[in-house]
Each structure stands twice: as structure tokens, then as C-alpha cells.
Design a protein around this ligand. Structure first.
Ligand code: CTP
Length: 398
């Protein structure tokens, strides 16, 4: 996700400095090339060796290091950066940046960079609420500096309140957001995800193996690209993606109701949900007892939500999914046409390494104009990016 991205991670002195180690691991795991700058105070809490080992790059501590300064170290670092993160950032460093003071390796490099700067403050609650600090932060925000707000909790200094460094995962999300082009700004995208559950009685239901991972990856990616995202989700074990409005449903009929009430506000609908095709004709109000040797259950067809959307006269850009176990291309082309879609993501769900309930997917993208594009095995996050690239390109064509 961060392949080929060069990130400078500035670490200041504070008890939360240890969380910068976890952040560094998240960044490198996502493929980023991370260069760490530590302030003098940061070295009182952690050694440069920790960051050097985990980043595989030398750690910068001294503005006047002769080897690095042969090529003017702080300027070459500032120039190479795609993103600058300061975590934890003390009230002192934020005050210095806001005042234009550049008196060490970190402040001179921040001053010289043209890359976006993401600041994750950590400090005592009274320092955080101090109007001097607040004014410094507001000034930097007005100038385009990004902030990952500290969270509330019990602080290392013994106080309770806001001032704890945001979780490394939240700062990581902030980094991804800062590096993502906002090409879906102003668009509303409705995404359905997960399985549906069709109840038989109070304890049993019919469902399928969908985990919801593909739909949730799409929702997260669309939000990062600036879209307003409505995620209509069947039952899943997944965490709500940041910034996404999640509407929980269980059955196909509930999903249909939520989709149909919201469709007119949407520019794009992506139907990644694995909707159960049939539901029991009758849902028993009490548990069915095992009195009989065999039972027969009558099922009735659920409405095809996607096909109904395809019949609308004024309809959003429609993306369907096709879960197939055989004749992938033939079945997928039939669905694209029968449901009147703009785009279809076809996947072979019989493969063990892709599709239902795993982190990866392999897909064939088919379009209304007859073109197609094959996506080899990749993570669901990567596939979500590729699908949205295609949606953006076609929305721009009008
Ligand atoms: N879909 C839907 N409503 C249904 C069934 C499917 O909106 N009742 C949508 C799915 O969300 C998906 C697409 O239609 O985007 C194709 O779903 P899939 O299960 O692959 O195909 P079906 O249309 O159900 O046909 P079949 O089960 O015969 O393959």
C-alpha cells in the first residue's frame, strides 16, 4: 500500500516515543522506505539503534553530522520525502514549527520539506488545552499541516484527559489518507458487503461464506479517496472502517430496503454483498424440534437488488460482483448484461487462495463497452484500489 513511498518519521522526547516503534513497523510492513530523525530528548527514551534496525536506514540525530552533511543531510531528506510524520510531537516541537524556529535536525528538515506533514501530538492535558498550544496547532492547521488528534485517557503524568498519542494504527491510517489522491471527492458511494442471513427459526438461519472483507476494503479505500461512503453490511466480524457510515442489516429484504431508500443520493453503487438467493417461505417463531426423521423446507426467491437497480431509469454507476465456481467468463458476461451493469467484478470462489473468507482475491473486470481487465492474485485492499481506479476513470469519461 505504501510501496516506493519515502517517509520521514520524526520522533520527539516523550513517554509515548515507544509507540513510534510500532508505527515504524506498520509503515515498513506496508512497503514504505522510512527514515527516522530523533530529537535529543527522544534519545533519552529510546536508542537510535532500535529505529535503525527496524527501518534498515541510518537514524538522523545530529544536524552537524559530517558524513550526512556532505550532501546537506537535512535538505536531501526534506527533498526526498513523500510524507513527513512527527509522532509523538511535543508541545515544544509544535511551538517551534509554528514560530519558524529551525535549530536541530528535525525542525530544519520540517522547515525545508515540501511534502505533507502529519503531526501526532502527545502531552499533558493542561498543556494540550493551553491556549498557546491551541493557537499554534490552529495556525499550523490553517497552513495545511495535518494532525492526528491525541486521545483521552489516563496520562503518564498521572492526569486524566486528552493528550495520549493516537494509536499507531490511527496514525498509519492518517498517513495513508495523506498520501491518497482525493479523486472521489464530492461523490457518494454506496457499498454492500458481507453475507445475508435468512432466518429459519429463532436459532437457525441460511447464509454463506462471505466474510465482507472485499466490501469493507472498498469502503475504506473510497473514503480515503474522498468519497462519502455508505456501507450496508450483512453480519460480519469486521471493524467499522474510519469515516464510513455503516448500516447493519441481516436479511436480503432488509438490505433491499436500505439500498432502495438511499440509492437516489448516490453516484455509484458497488454490490459486493453475497445476497442469499432464497429465504424460507415461513420463519417459525419457536425453535423447530427434531421430532421428525426428515424435514422439507420450502424456500422462496429473494428480490435481486442489483437487477432492480439496473432497471431504474435514472440510475447510479452500477458495479456488480459475480461469485462463480465454473464457466467464469460466460456466467459473468450473462450477469453484466442481464442486470444492466456498468462494470462487473467476477471471481472464481472455488479457489482456496482467493475469494470468500481470505485476504486475497483474483478477479476479472468486465465493462459495459465490452472491454475487460484481468487482475492477478492481490490483496483485497489492492483490488479495491484497482476497482476504484476503473470507476473513477469511467465517471470522468461521463
Ligand atoms: N445480488 C443482489 N441480490 C440478489 C442476489 C445477488 O443484489 N438477490 C447481487 C450481488 O450483490 C452481486 C451480483 O448480484 O453483485 C451477483 O451475485 P451472484 O451471487 O454472483 O449471482 P446471482 O445473481 O445470485 O446468480 P447465481 O446465484 O445464479 O449465480
Amino acid at each position: 500500500m505504501l510501496e516506493n513511498k519515502k517517509i520521514i518519521l520524526g520522533v520527539c522526547g516523550g513517554i509515548a516515543a515507544y509507540k513510534a516503534v510500532e508505527l515504524l513497523r506498520l509503515l515498513t510492513k506496508a512497503g514504505a522506505d522510512v527514515h527516522v530523525i530523533m530529537t535529543r530528548a527522544a534519545q533519552e527514551f529510546l536508542t537510535p539503534l532500535t529505529f535503525q534496525t527496524l527501518s534498515s536506514n541510518p537514524v538522523h540525530t545530529d544536524l552537524f553530522n559530517l558524513i550526512a552533511e556532505r550532501e546537506i543531510g537535512h535538505i536531501s531528506l526534506a527533498d526526498m520525502a513523500d510524507l513527513f510524520i512527527i509522532a509523538p510531537a511535543t508541545a515544544n516541537i509544535i511551538g517551534k514549527i509554528a514560530a519558524g524556529i529551525a535549530d536541530d535536525m528535525l525542525t530544519t528538515t520540517v522547515m525545508a520539506t515540501k511534502a505533507p506533514v502529519l503531526i501526532a501530538p502527545a502531552m499533558n492535558v493542561n498543556m494540550f488545552t493551553n491556549p498557546i498550544y491551541q493557537e499554534n496547532e490552529s495556525k499550523l492547521q490553517r497552513m495545511g499541516y495535518l494532525f492526528e488528534a491525541p486521545v483521552s485517557g489516563s496520562l503518564a503524568c498521572g492526569w486524566e484527559g486528552q493528550g495520549k498519542l493516537a494509536a499507531p494504527e490511527a496514525i498509519f491510517e492518517g498517513a495513508i489518507a495523506a498520501l491518497t489522491k482525493k479523486d472521489l471527492t464530492g461523490r457518494t458511494i454506496l457499498i454492500t458487503a458481507g453475507p445475508t442471513r435468512e432466518e429459519i427459526d429463532p436459532v437457525r438461519f441460511i447464509s454463506n461464506h462471505s466474510s465482507g472483507k472485499m466490501g469493507y476494503a472498498l469502503a475504506r479505500a473510497a473514503h480515503l479517496r474522498g468519497a462519502r461512503v455508505l456501507l450496508i453490511s450483512g453480519p460480519t466480524a469486521l471493524a467499522k472502517p474510519d469515516g464510513v457510515r455503516v448500516i447493519k442489516v441481516a436479511s436480503a429484504l432488509e438490505m433491499q430496503h436500505e439500498v432502495m431508500t438511499r440509492v437516489t443520493e448516490c453516484d455509484v453503487v458497488i454490490k459486493a454483498a453475497a445476497v442469499a438467493d432464497y429465504r424460507p417461505v415461513e420463519r417459525k417463531n419457536t425453535k423447530i424440534k427434531k421430532n421428525d426423521e426428515s424435514v422439507t423446507m420450502e424456500l422462496v426467491k429473494n428480490p435481486d437488488i442489483l437487477a432492480d437497480l439496473g432497471k431504474m431509469i435514472q440510475r447510479p454507476f452500477l458495479v456488480g460482483f459475480a461469485a462463480e465456481t465454473d464457466a467464469l467468463l460466460e456466467n459473468a458476461l450473462k450477469k453484466l448484461d442481464a442486470k444492466n451493469l456498468d462494470m462487473l467484478v467476477a471471481n472464481d470462489v472455488s479457489q482456496a487462495d482467493a475469494g470468500f473468507n481470505v485476504d486475497n482475491n483474483r478477479a476479472l473486470l468486465l465493462f459495459r463497452d465490452g472491454s475487460s481487465c484481468e487482475c492477478d492474485l492481490m490483496s483485497k485492499d489492492q483490488l479495491a484500489g484497482t476497482i476504484l481506479d476503473q470507476v473513477v476513470a469511467r465517471l470522468e469519461q461521463g
